[in-house]
Design a protein around this ligand. Structure first.
Ligand code: ZN
Length: 196
């Protein structure tokens, strides 16, 4: 989530080296890196919508949210040739920040995006990289949470620590028999209970 940004290209190089596919929930926080959305797509990763602005004020109304989403999806269309139909809400579907802008908005948005044909994803494992975890903390959090069955791991491609520890995480996971794939509209969504 949250890129493309300054570390995204190196992350793409690592993923290519390991032959691993990921899903990039993209933003326009760093417009100079927009071109990497095309590289993500060309490399066979899933490109999905996160948000254009990543401002929580998008949760003021259905219209403000959808305008932000549509702006991001236009950039995705320009970069990849097609619109994305997968998304992740900033903060996830159970975020409680949105209630500062509009009480009940997440319930309304979950219905709205589903009606419009989008599939939204939450996650099973949070790497902690958005909470200032060190590389070794990210590593132990992720590898100790892999367990059995398929899991969606939340990581942020704008974090230096994530980029620097990614190879070690992939070495561990691949040597323990795990495989990776990008999300599709058929994937398990790991939805949280909406809490607004
Ligand atoms: Zn985010």
């Amino acid at each position: 989530d949250d890129g493309p940004g300054v570390y995204t290209e190196r992350i793409l190089n690592i993923l290519a080296e390991y032959g691993v596919k990921a899903t990039f929930f993209v933003t326009n926080q760093f417009p100079n890196y927009q071109y990497l959305i095309k590289r993500e797509y060309d490399d066979g990763h899933t490109v999905a919508i996160h948000t254009y602005t990543h401002e929580y004020s998008i949760y003021r109304s259905i219209d403000t949210y959808m305008n932000d989403l549509n702006s991001m999806n236009e950039i995705i269309k320009n970069q990849t040739g097609s619109y994305a139909n997968l998304l992740r809400f900033p903060g996830g579907s159970s975020n409680t920040v949105s209630r500062n802008y509009a009480i009940g908005i997440m319930s309304a948005l979950v219905s709205k995006v589903t009606e419009e044909g989008y599939t939204y994803f939450d996650w099973d494992i949070t790497s902690g990289d958005a909470s200032g975890y060190s590389s070794s903390q990210i590593y132990s959090t992720v590898v100790n949470s892999l367990g059995n069955g398929n899991k969606i791991i939340l990581m942020h491609d704008i974090k230096y620590n994530t980029m620097s520890i990614l190879s070690d995480i992939l070495d561990y996971a691949l040597s323990h028999g795990y495989t990776f794939e990008g999300l599709t509209s058929e994937s398990r969504t790991a939805h949280f209970r909406v809490n607004n």
